[in-house]
Every structure is written in C-alpha cells, then in structure tokens.
Write a protein that binds this ligand. Structure first.
Ligand code: HEM
Length: 499
C-alpha cells in the first residue's frame, strides 16, 4: 500500500498562481494573529523551512523517499516535522524512532490519513487499508492461504519461459512478475482470470498513480478547487466508476452461478474470496458489516495491496541477481540442490539463502518506501516532542533500511548480512520495515512472500539468466520510477536458458 508521488507536477503547474494569491492572505492572517495573545510554546521536532501556504509541499519531488531521507540526514533528525499545505506531517527515518512510535504509541497511530481522493477511490474508506480501526476493519483483515493457485500459476510461467527461450526471445521479467501476481490475486479473489483483462490492469495503474498523487487541493482545504481545475477529481470519478462497474459485474456473475466450483481453486482452498464474502453476506454471519460496497472494497484491497507490491519485489530481486552473478550462482546452487525440476512450496523451507536474498532486497528496495501513511488520533508526546492530533505520519522504510548508523556498506547488496537473522527478527528489531508495523501492518505478508519465493525459486532453479546482447552486469540500469511503489524505471529484460 502506498501513497506519495509523481502526479504532483500536474497540480504544481498551478502552484505559482496559488502561491502569490495566498501569500497576501497568509501575511494578513499572521499580522492579526500576532496581535492576539500567543498560546504556550510547544516542543516541536526539527523542521526544514517552508513557504507560506504550501509549507514543504514543493520539496517532495519525484522520489519522496529519497528527498525525505536526505532531509533527515541533513538535519541529523530521526524525526522531523514537515508542513504539507495546512497539514503537519511527522517524518520517521530511523528504526529506533519507528520502534518508539509503533511499540509505545501503536494505538494512537492506527488510523490512516483521511484524504478525499483516497477515500473516494476506496468506497468511502471501506477497504481494510483505508478503514478506521474498529470492528469492521478487524473483521475484514484476513487473507487465506491458496497455495495451489500459486503453484499452478507459477508452473504456467515456467512453461511460457521455456517456450520463449526456445524461440531465443528476450524475457521481460517486469512483465512476468506483474502478470503472475495479477493472475494469482485474480484467481484468489474471483476464482478465475476473466477479469484480469488489459483494461483492469490499466485501471489499476491509474489508481496507483492517483494514490501516488500529492494533490494540492487535498492538503490545503481552501484550495479544493485546484483538484477540480487540474482534472484530478474527474480522473478519480472515472477510475472509481470503471472499477465499480467491473466489480459489480463480478458480483452479479457469482450470484447467478452460485460460486466457482471447488475444483477451479484447488481442493484445500475451497471458494474464491468473492464467494466467501457473498456467502457471509447471505448468511448474515457478518451482521451489518458486509454491504455490497464493503464486498467490492475488500476485493479492491487485494488488488491494490497485493499485485504491484509483490511484482515489484520479484523485479528487484531478479535485477540484483543479474547484477551480482556470484550471488545468482550461490542461490541457483541452493535451489537446484533442494529441488529437482519445478520447485514447490514445501521445498521453500529448506532454502535459507533464498530468504536472505529476499530480505536483503526488501532492505534496499522496500516496495512501498513510505509505507501507507497514518494519522495521529490524539494530541500526544512522542520522543519528547509535542504533536497535534491530525498530524500525518510518514515512516521511511527506505531510509531505515539504508541507515549508515545501523548497516555497514548500506548501499551494497549483501544477502549474507541476514545469515543469522530471520525476517521476523529484523522486523521485531525495526531493522527493516517493508511490511509496516503494529496493528496496521501488512495483511498479506505471508501470502506475498510465498508467491514471491515460489516464483523466484522457479526462475533461478529452472533457468540460467543473462542480460541481452552480452550486456555487462554492472551496466544494468537500476534507476527507479516512483508510483506509490518503487519500480525499476525501465522494464527488466533478460535471456533465459532452461537447465
Ligand atoms: C511484497 C509484497 C507486499 C508489501 C511490501 C506490502 C507492504 C505493505 C505495507 C507497507 C503496508 C502498510 C503497513 C503499515 O501501515 O504499517 C501494507 C498494508 C496492507 N497490505 Fe500489504 N504488502 C505486500 C503484499 C500484500 C498482499 C499480497 C496483500 C493481500 C493479498 C496485501 C494486503 C494489505 C492490506 C489489506 C493492508 C492494509 C492493512 C491495514 O491497514 O490494516 N499486501 N502492505
């Protein structure tokens, strides 16, 4: 789940005009407030200077996790206070600060930011990721196992790659990862892949880019009209409507057919997520919780939370392996020793180096670098600083993973640093926080790791890999493009040779 980023520029075309109109208002306001009695001084975290009205909005840039990390380094500040329009925002940039926040104040930071654009896209905050904490959110937060769906889809990928390698074709690994995670989620959610149409994928991309937007009208209430003028509201309405139409048609189809047959999902898994939810609604098991919009919102959760994130992880793992042939060889040796032929999920427990490679990738390239922002529910004191209710909380998982005070050679890819530490150890110590923390941590962590591990093990176990046209490992372009998730900027192309 994620949120900042690149569409800033479209609202920002209007910023100069907004800035000058609002500066006069700001100065007048300041003059009048300075003549009234001042409230007692608060102890606030360090803040970079901002501009009137927009505060620090203009400083975010196209890679917010990098900008924020640089600010934290410049001020040597584990926590900093920014002003995003009229909203204060706390920036958390070290593991120790994250531990203090999520261990000692988890309840206080257990609600998500309330932003109109996001609420509208998510059925007025009915998805798990956007719902306020409470009975509905608790009930909705569950993801099932669905192991056989992952196995079937991964085997299909291997077959397609064997065919591609026979033709001598380049493999677009970014696309392989995206299609696999999309298809797995589609089958789990809907019981089939019919809705995994190109349009559905395009809509997901549009929704992700809206989530990654940082729209002026959302941060400065008096400038709500900017979202209207810049076309943001129109995009939100259109995307929501199209998603809603598709999800409604899925519900109607499943109601008509009385659910997908068990055999389509694999014996142990039983029903698709949509059928489980429809059944709960019919039996009234969920009381008032599951209206039609709730069901659609929970389906949307799986796609938004589960497709791009898992695909991004696989993409970065394969890129790092292509850049480090020695690590690729070591991993291939492990996988081929543990499993002959296709890898299945039972083999994964014995692949300890695979887990180190994945954890090291999550440290360097957390798919959602700023997690999903929270909002402080009450005034409180954190690390000695007074913070007001409504303050946004951004936890910079990217900066935490590269903290030079915690990691030797923080920018180097060295899976062995996790030789004696599991993901759980690292998460509990707040050394790496790719899945967030506390009660609002990721609901699909096990599901995502199982999907990614199985695909990566099969990719490296069944094939040898090389860059196209004799490309050298060190020349691989590792630059990022930031949606709410950080992808490689260019598709990852490679040649596969079956072994
Ligand atoms: C590598 C893959 C994934 C990564 C890196 C990831 C990361 C995250 C992060 C950072 C958050 C916010 C946590 C916080 O605020 O503390 C989150 C929340 C969430 N994720 Fe994931 N996620 C992944 C895969 C998945 C999958 C596969 C699903 C579902 C099928 C999923 C469902 C969710 C949901 C529902 C939430 C909201 C939880 C809440 O608000 O209570 N995620 N995820």
């Amino acid at each position: 789940m994620g949120f900042l980023a690149q569409h800033l520029h479209c609202s920002f075309l209007l910023l100069p005009a907004i800035f000058f109109c609002s500066a006069a208002y700001f100065l007048l306001n300041r003059y009048y407030s300075s003549t009234s009695s001042a409230p007692p001084k608060k102890h606030l975290p360090p803040s970079p200077p901002g501009l009137p009205v927009i505060g620090n909005l203009h400083q975010i840039g196209r890679h917010p996790h990098r900008t924020f990390a640089a600010l934290a380094r410049r001020y040597a500040a584990p926590v900093m206070l920014l002003r995003l329009g009229s909203r204060p925002a706390l920036l958390v940039s070290t593991g120790a600060a994250a531990r203090e926040l999520f261990k000692n104040h988890d309840l206080l930071v257990s609600t998500r930011v309330r932003i109109k654009t996001i609420e509208k896209l998510f059925y007025d905050a009915k998805t798990v990721a956007s719902a306020p904490p409470g009975d509905y959110w608790r009930h909705a937060k569950r993801v099932q196992s669905f192991a056989s769906v992952r196995a079937q889809e991964t085997n299909l990928v291997v077959e397609r790659l064997v065919a591609a390698s026979r033709r001598g074709a380049r493999v677009d690994l970014s696309d392989v990862a995206t299609c696999l995670s999309n298809d797995v989620i589609c089958r789990v959610a809907f019981g089939g892949k019919s809705t995994s149409s190109n349009r559905f994928k395009e809509l997901l991309d549009e929704l992700m880019s809206l989530l990654g937007g940082y729209f002026v009208g959302d941060f400065i209430p008096s400038l709500f009209w900017v979202n209207w003028v810049s076309g943001v509201n129109r995009r939100v309405d259109k995307t929501f409507k199209e998603f809603d139409d598709i999800l409604e048609s899925v519900l109607i189809e499943h109601e008509k057919n009385g659910g997908v047959k068990t055999s389509d999902m694999g014996e142990e898994e039983g029903k698709s997520f949509v059928d489980v939810l429809l059944e709960e609604q019919k039996d009234g098991k969920s009381g008032h919780f599951l209206g039609r919009d709730n069901i659609k919102a929970l389906l949307l959760d799986m796609f938004v939370g589960g497709t791009d994130t898992t695909a991004t992880l696989v993409e970065w793992v394969m890129a790092e392996l292509l850049r480090h042939p020695d690590i690729m060889n070591k991993l291939q040796h492990e996988v081929r020793t543990v499993a002959k032929g296709n890898v299945n999920e039972n083999d994964l427990d014995n692949m300890t180096y695979l887990k180190q490679v994945i954890l090291e990738t999550l440290r360097l390239h957390p798919p959602v670098p700023l997690l999903a922002p929270r909002e402080l529910m009450e005034d409180c004191t954190i690390m000695g600083y007074n913070l007001a209710a409504g303050t946004f909380i951004f936890t910079n998982a990217w900066a935490i993973g590269r903290d030079p005070n915690r990691w030797a050679d923080p920018d180097e890819f060295q899976p062995e640093r996790f030789a004696n530490r599991s993901l759980d150890d690292s998460v509990h110590a707040f050394d790496v926080v790719p899945f967030g923390a506390g009660r609002r941590g990721c609901a699909g962590r096990s599901f995502a790791l199982a999907t990614a591990e199985l695909l990566i093990a099969n990719l490296v176990g069944r094939f040898d890999w090389a860059l196209p046209d004799g490309g050298k490992a060190e020349d691989l372009d590792m630059s990022e493009c930031t949606l709410p998730t950080i992808h490689l900027r260019y598709p990852l192309l490679a040649m596969a040779t079956p072994v």
